[in-house]
Write a protein of this length. Structure first.
Length: 244
């Protein structure tokens, strides 16, 4: 079929009018890369992406995504986010091949955000060794609010305020003496639940609970958060990690 010159011109004029009338503009905000693959669940990756979209342009990266998890991809990103997922051992088997790429990115000035399993992976045994210390399983610590691995809601002390958060077998963070960190939250037994710390020229923000949890997670499991389901704690973590 031959397309007439008139139709081509009409289409060009329409496109011009759309732009002139305030049509969709490209998102020029800084880029956040969110991992999606065997070391995460789809729900966790989607929840982290939705949280970050309030601040940044978001794309997924991973072995089956349009963007691979490579140094070239990370070089374009303001932050790399590692969501929650399954067990630490399984997660590390999927992620250890990327360890050098991720640590080099953060050391050179990039930002790392780790949620639940992503927090575990920021540690050292096993993990990326991005923290001045390591992680441990919170539910196994003395005085833990919960002992089960099932999904639940727990209280934490977040910046001096008691807040309840979605939780499922997340880590706490064990620091070396004199470590330079900003502690954002502690569990009720005083173990660290969220922190931000420098790593080389970059910065690392990690959290054991799930501040990114959407309303659907609570609804599907018939859980209730008396404080309401709001993104403010997750955004505090994001903002502190991204700050200069």
């Amino acid at each position: 079929m031959t397309v007439s010159r008139r139709l081509v011109l009409t289409g060009a004029v329409a496109a011009g009018l759309l732009a002139a009338c305030g049509g969709p503009a490209p998102d020029t905000r800084p880029l956040a890369l969110v991992y999606r693959g065997k070391a995460s669940t789809g729900a966790c990756s989607d929840a982290v992406a939705d949280l970050l979209r309030t601040r940044l342009r978001v794309e997924f990266c991973g072995p089956e995504e349009n963007l691979p998890l490579t140094a070239e991809s990370l070089a374009k990103a303001a932050v790399y986010a590692q969501p929650g997922g399954g067990s630490l051992d399984d997660g590390w088997r999927a992620m250890r091949r990327y360890a050098d790429v991720i640590t080099s990115y953060v050391r050179g000035g990039g930002r790392y955000l780790g949620f639940c399993l992503g927090g575990y992976l920021a540690g050292a045994t096993p993990g990326f060794s991005l923290l001045p210390g390591d992680t441990e399983q919170y539910i196994a610590t003395s005085g833990a609010e919960v002992r089960s691995t099932r999904d639940t809601v727990i209280p934490v002390d977040w910046q001096g305020q008691r807040r309840r958060m979605y939780f499922q077998d997340g880590p706490d963070f064990v620091l070396q003496p004199g470590a330079s960190v900003t502690v954002l939250a502690r569990y009720t037994n005083d173990k660290i639940a969220a922190l931000v710390t420098p790593y080389g020229k970059g910065r690392v923000g990690v959290v054991g609970p799930h501040p990114e949890a959407p309303e659907s997670w609570y609804r599907d499991l018939r859980l209730t958060n008396p404080d309401g389901v709001t993104p403010d704690l997750g955004l505090q973590l994001v903002d502190r990690t991204l700050s200069p």
